[in-house]
Design a protein. Structure first.
Length: 465
């Protein structure tokens, strides 16, 4: 089932097939829409993508001669481009996966997941488009911020949910989406990896300063890697990539190989084994780099240490331990063929689900009288790892922070779950505020970051502490 890393064009096409399959079978989008606005860059040659990023003109991507075949009965998507083909297939509640052949199956038995509805009064039954009175809000300012976020449809803001003092106070969606739409969330899944690790710590299965984490690392220099190093994205493992804040996002290959950072999504390989095989390039805890190996290793650590490697139990664990506990009933975590969640970026969920996660952190790890996370852990994830990220001290524990004023006008104590296409779950403790913004990748070409940051600052000004 594994696509070789030395076939970058095929890897990119396979990744696009997976994203289209998820967009069709999870979100309910048109396949051409998914390709045009969420993933055509994956199949594009690096030089073409560089041109698009420099000119901010997506037309060359929209002109790619792609063929998309969707078999809705078998839930298979097949792409063809430049004489190559690639396939992706849905496997029940685990979402979609790259496959070599439409008849392939994963190396595990999928399980049925039935989310529980939590009746806690957090969510209104209808879409709340007017600002709730009586909570110290400037309703006109919030409405103006929402108008700005949705003014330019090419910026592709799909959903906004605002929570203040534990209550949804404003919410808006771009047609045809709504509160039950399961959107692509991308690297916000890294913050889920942090949360699941925090639950394991709360249960006593792990601790932040624990080392000697994997049997495969015994007797090597990787034995010194600690849980906190992994969560700080500072394991020190050599993992190629180009998707950090200051890196060239048009690059998808190096030395003829698809980048490690995205190969884990596109390959259909054993992600745990792939990440564990990487050597150290820097002492643990000293060099922060935005790389997918660390959140994937966090998921592997939960599987190895919390459920003793039992795949079926592991597949149920996020649902039972987190999603059902706080009412995140729209989440889909996709896996590799061996049952490891590709939690670094292959996750889908509702905007209200992410609002709940943000509220969990505002509650310092508590929900409904139950302490899911230790309070010191919620402090850890929002504290910049200044030793590892000395060059750019903004990153905490799988959560970026506003310590370096990345979002001007937003309080410095803010931190957020962050994903490609400017997915955001902004958490502002000093304002008792959560803001969720979800959108498609193509919106980043049209200035949405400037719009979003200005709207976030305006919303923060519009609420009292």
């Amino acid at each position: 089932m594994t696509i070789p890393q030395n076939e970058p064009d095929r890897c990119g096409l396979a990744w696009a097939a997976k994203v289209i399959a998820s967009g069709v079978f999870i979100t309910g989008r048109d396949p051409q829409d998914v390709f045009a606005f969420s993933c055509n860059w994956m199949a594009a040659p690096d030089a073409l993508m560089k041109e698009v990023l420099e000119t901010k003109n997506p037309e060359p991507l929209l002109s790619l001669p792609i063929s998309i075949d969707v078999d809705r009965d078998k839930e298979v998507v097949t792409l063809a481009l430049y004489g190559r083909t690639a396939h992706a297939k849905r496997f029940g509640d685990h979402g979609c996966m790259v496959v070599d052949d439409p008849h392939d199956h994963p190396h595990y038995a999928p399980v049925a997941l039935t989310p529980k509805r939590v009746h806690d009064g957090f969510e209104p039954e209808a879409i709340q488009t007017d600002v709730v009175d009586g909570l110290g809000l400037d309703g006109d300012a919030i409405s103006g911020a929402l108008d700005a976020l949705f003014q330019n449809p090419m910026e592709m803001t799909n959903a906004i949910v605002i929570v203040h003092k534990g209550q949804i106070v404003a919410e808006r969606y771009r047609d045809p989406f709504g509160p039950d739409t399961q959107f692509e969330n991308w690297s916000m899944g890294k913050s889920l990896a942090a949360t699941l690790t925090g639950i394991a710590i709360r249960k006593g299965a792990l601790h932040l300063d624990q080392d000697d984490l994997f049997d495969e690392w015994q007797g090597t220099d990787r034995q010194a890697i600690k849980v906190r190093d992994i969560l700080n994205m500072a394991s020190g493992l050599r993992f190629t990539g180009s998707f950090g804040r200051t890196e060239d996002h048009s690059v998808k290959q190096q030395d003829g190989l698809f980048l490690d950072h995205i190969y884990v999504y596109a390959s259909g390989t054993d992600a745990r084994a792939f990440c564990l095989s990487k050597p150290l390039e820097a002492p643990p805890g000293t060099s922060g780099k935005y790389r997918n190996c660390d959140p994937l290793l966090a998921a592997a650590l939960v599987r190895d240490r919390v459920v003793d490697g039992d795949v079926e139990t592991f597949l149920r664990w996020p649902q039972e331990q987190l999603f059902d506990a706080i009412g995140m009933r729209g989440m889909v975590l996709e896996t590799d063929p061996y049952g490891l969640f590709l939690i670094s970026g292959h996750d889908y969920g509702r905007a209200r689900d992410w609002a709940r996660l943000g509220q969990l952190y505002l509650n310092r790890g508590a929900w409904g009288g139950q302490q899911l996370l230790d309070e010191h852990f919620t402090d850890f994830v929002r504290t910049p790892a200044t030793r590892a990220w000395a060059h750019d001290p903004y990153y905490g524990g799988f959560f970026p922070t506003n310590a370096t004023a990345i979002i001007p006008g937003v309080p410095s104590d803010a931190f957020w779950a962050s994903g490609g296409g400017l997915q955001r779950t902004l958490i502002v403790p000093s304002k008792d505020l959560v803001i969720v913004r979800l959108g498609h990748m193509a919106g980043t070409l049209f200035g949405v970051e400037k719009t979003m940051n200005a709207a976030f600052a305006q919303i923060c000004d519009a609420v009292s502490a």
